[in-house]
Design a protein around this ligand. Structure first.
Ligand SMILES: Cc1cc2nc3c(=O)[nH]c(=O)nc-3n(C[C@H](O)[C@H](O)[C@H](O)COP(=O)(O)OP(=O)(O)OC[C@H]3O[C@@H](n4cnc5c(N)ncnc54)[C@H](O)[C@@H]3O)c2cc1C
Length: 418
């Protein structure tokens, strides 16, 4: 039996132990990646049950997640194709130019979107709006059943199917499970898939500010010895701040009152947008790199942060997760057309081959950038300043960087080709 629903945001699992939901795919974790995956699979007629641990209303609360994400051009195409973009486009702020500067050096890189075409580099979108869109959209799709709040208590993976027992009673049967349950991924742990990685000793302080003057859709990334300080344009005279700081200093900064915090922030922000005022709460995200040793197992695949967690220096973590989503959707669409079981080893192996290299490259790139820029060692500073100047003067190299930021490089899944 496949259950459908009308209002995803208010649906809770039935408590009768005998309740059985069945679908093609079980998605564990209904966050930005899991929720988009359910919509993308539905686009190809593949049904899913999404099990999300948190209450949807809690996920939408202003205090839940202060982050805004840089959504690349190709991620936007995916969101458009699966019916999510229409719910967020009024809230999404285009990023037309990106300016990169290095500490005390006057050298900076300037990327202008019109050097590579008409489209913006991407859009800044507050995560809460994308979450809200996901709940709206999933509620419209007969192929999707959202169970929230709910947790998988036991996942049995046999040669022919997966069978999940939910903590509050009820079961879900599907051809395979996809773990989209974030960095700590209990599903990945339970499957015994190890992760390789390290902590950066840095924490990202995230907040939103209002400023006197307009940002003109320009994003700024200022490299300071403690890590990158990013000013990212939101709708109106507002910007999202990602302030990377040495871990040890963060408790003291977070404990400051609003006036003290704004003063510290202002010292890094500068005065180019006039006076700034903090709006809303602040958050602290400890930073680490992690990479799962493998992203498929018997009737199991990992997607998004459960498979790879990276430094936010290039704003690519979610974009990479959305690439996983679009690749999975293609792989399953082809399997469906060929009459194959979605959990077959060769179907999953195609997903692994497709995404493994791309994700590894992005992890290495973000890690390298952070190591190169988050220090104040004189020769390294000189080398990177020369590098910035060189990129600025070599148009072909500059265009390559810009196409990369837009997500245009690599083997693009169909939903990202536009
Ligand atoms: C400071 C900062 C800034 C960032 N900026 C950008 C950016 O500009 N652009 C970009 O592309 N990326 C950015 N990222 C990365 C991005 O936020 C993540 O890659 C993205 O949120 C990952 O989404 P996800 O759905 O895989 O995981 P999560 O967002 O962690 O979602 C996991 C979901 O699974 C649920 N869950 C967990 N356990 C269970 C369970 N046992 N059962 C059921 N459900 C469960 C959780 O409730 C949650 O809803 C940034 C990250 C940080 C820290």
């Amino acid at each position: 039996m496949t259950m459908t629903q009308t209002t995803a945001a208010t649906t809770a699992p039935r408590r009768q132990p005998e309740t059985l939901w069945s679908a093609d795919v079980l998605i564990i974790g209904g966050g930005l990646v899991g929720g988009t995956l359910a919509a993308a699979l539905a686009h190809f007629g593949v049904s899913s049950v999404v099990v999300e641990a948190s209450r949807p209303a809690a996920l939408l609360e202003a205090r839940f997640d202060g982050r805004a994400s840089a959504i690349s051009l190709t991620s936007r195409r995916l969101l458009e194709a699966v019916g999510l973009w229409q719910w967020v486009e009024d809230e999404a702020a285009p990023m037309l130019d990106i300016r990169v500067s290095d500490g005390r050096s006057p050298l900076f890189l300037h990327f202008a979107h019109d050097e590579v075409g008409d489209a913006p580099f991407g859009h800044m979108l507050e995560n809460r709006y994308l979450r809200r869109a996901i709940f709206h959209r999933l509620g419209q799709l007969p192929e999707v059943t959202l169970l929230a709040p709910a947790r998988v208590a036991r996942l049995e993976r046999s040669d022919t199917a997966v069978d999940a027992s939910l903590a509050g009673g009820g079961r879900v049967r599907a051809q395979l499970a996809i773990a989209c349950d974030g960095r700590a991924s209990p599903t990945r742990e339970e499957a015994g898939i190890r992760v390789t990685g390290w902590r950066y000793g840095q924490t990202a302080i995230v907040c939103t500010v209002e400023h006197e003057r307009p940002h003109h859709s320009v994003a700024h990334e200022h490299f300071l010895p403690s890590g990158p300080f990013a000013i990212l344009p939101l709708k109106g005279n507002r910007s999202s701040i990602v302030w990377t700081e040495r871990e040890a200093l963060v408790p003291g900064i977070m404990a400051l009152d609003d006036a003290g915090f704004t003063e510290e922030l202002g010292r890094r922000f500068g005065t180019f947008l006039g006076a700034i005022a903090l709006i809303g709460p602040r958050w602290a995200y400890p930073l680490s790199l992690q990479y799962a040793d493998r992203v498929v197992d018997r009737r199991l695949a990992l997607a998004g942060d459960s498979a790879h967690g990276m430094h936010p220096i290039a704003g690519q973590g979610l974009n990479m997760g959305l690439r996983d989503v679009a690749a999975l959707a293609d792989v399953f669409a082809d399997a469906k057309a060929a009459g194959r079981d979605f959990g077959e080893r060769r179907v999953l192996a195609r997903y692994e081959r497709w995404r493994r290299f791309d994700n590894a490259m992005m992890l290495a790139a973000t890690d390298g950038l952070n190591r190169l820029f988050s220090n104040d060692i004189a020769p390294v500073r000189l080398a990177r300043d020369l590098g910035l100047a060189a990129v600025n003067r070599i148009p072909a190299l500059k265009r390559l960087f810009m196409r990369h930021a837009m997500g245009l490089l690599g083997d693009l899944p169909s939903l990202m080709r536009g």
